[in-house]
Design a protein around this ligand. Structure first.
Ligand code: ATP
Ligand code: MG
Length: 358
């Protein structure tokens, strides 16, 4: 019997709708002619439009509804007329946190045909996976404001780091580093200035490292890390950092690898008790929404990560090969990469490359 995976698709806002549409079309062709398994896709209209209509981005039991699926494919959330914190907490974090998708994995490398903005960085020079702690830290949501609007107003934004939370992400990162050829991990903190939570990170890194004698690891302060990523990208492989730091570093990583329109991410619950969520790292990009020029490559790569996670590595590899065949041709680059191709043209080229590969 053909294996069926249930996929929840949440295109969301802005270009999220365009790139998820392209991603689903590619997945349909891929599964249609690969045999062996199929995807049963259910679409959810959650996002800013729903908020304007009925006052919430998703139903109160939205996260519970997602438990029925094997994976979630997410586009982007955000709208120019709504505060960013409202849309982020109202949808994306309202899924990640209850489903305990604590490991956010962000691979970055320079795909064939794509040039880094750094003149001396070529394809083999940048091949990283950034692991972002995705459940606590600076995004714990703790804090408050007093004396609103008064001169003595105080706002607190409390980062929460727990031994359990830091240990599990550190173990995950060491495991991932061990699975990669270079077996190298860089632990990023700011423990010279943040001397409670990030000293805990340093201590737990050293403890967990004991169990991974085959992984070579080092520590970096986040500020120095931006310099190292820019000047010595070859010296890095797997990277682990807090929720906030890794968010910032992964935008830098995406830009160094050519464009934010290429970079994928997986929000994993590694124990598999709840579905994991896959999304391009870019946002809703309303400046280009509706123009048909969003780069869909991040979403295609995201779809490949989802297939890998579902246990279909051969299909994931086929999709990656098709993506790379397309990026190798500069006439198939979207404007963010300096080209003139449309979302649709890139989608059709990937579909053609998939068909060719059969
Ligand atoms: P959000 O508020 O949802 O995070 P944003 O507009 O703040 O959205 P991004 O969507 O990440 O941030 O976009 C940042 C910039 O990168 C935008 O100006 C956009 O034009 C560009 N960009 C992002 N994603 C893509 C893409 N897939 N293709 C082309 N350009 C992109
Ligand atoms: Mg943004």
């Amino acid at each position: 019997m053909t294996k069926t995976y249930r996929i929840a698709a949440i295109p969301g806002d802005g270009i999220g709708v365009e790139v998820i549409g392209a991603g689903l079309a590619v997945l349909e062709v891929l599964t249609g002619n690969s045999g062996g398994f199929r995807l049963e896709v259910t679409r959810f209209d959650w996002g800013s439009e729903r908020y304007r209509r009925i006052g919430s981005l998703m139903p109160a039991d939205g996260a519970a509804q997602l438990l029925a699926f094997d994976a979630i494919l997410f586009g982007a959330v955000g709208a120019p007329d709504l505060p960013d914190h409202l849309t982020l907490w109202g949808l994306r974090l309202a899924i990640c946190q209850p489903l305990d998708q604590y490991a956010n994995v962000r691979p970055t490398r320079i795909l064939p045909g794509i040039r880094s903005p750094l003149a001396r960085v070529g394809p083999g020079d940048l091949d990283w996976v950034i692991v972002r702690e995705n459940s606590e830290g600076e995004y714990a949501g703790h804090g408050g404001r007093s004396h609103r609007g008064k001169p003595q107003e105080v706002a607190t934004e409390v980062a929460i780091f727990t031994r359990a939370g830091v240990t599990r992400i550190m173990r995950f990162a060491f495991e991932l580093a061990r699975s990669r050829p270079r077996k190298r991990l860089t632990v990023v903190t700011k423990s010279n200035a943040q001397r409670h939570g990030l000293l805990l990170w340093d201590e737990i890194a050293a403890e967990v490292a004991q169990g991974f004698p085959d992984v070579s690891w080092d520590k970096m302060l986040v500020d120095a890390m931006t310099v190292r990523m820019t000047l010595h990208p070859q010296s890095l492989d797997t990277i682990v950092a807090t929720n906030l730091h890794a968010d910032i570093l992964s935008d830098l990583a995406a830009a160094l690898a050519g464009s934010i329109g290429i970079a994928p991410t997986a929000n994993l619950n590694p124990d598999g008790s709840t579905p994991s969520m896959f999304e391009p790292i870019h946002g809703s990009a309303h400046d280009i929404a509706g123009k048909g020029i969003a780069n869909p490559v991040a979403t295609f790569w995201t779809a490949a990560m989802m297939l890998e996670h579902l246990g279909e590595p051969a299909a994931a590899a086929r999709l990656m090969r098709a993506i790379e065949r397309v990026t190798a041709d500069p006439t198939l680059h979207t404007p963010d990469l300096g080209g003139a191709a449309s979302t649709r043209r890139v989608k059709e080229a990937v579909i053609a490359a998939l068909t060719l590969a059969d």
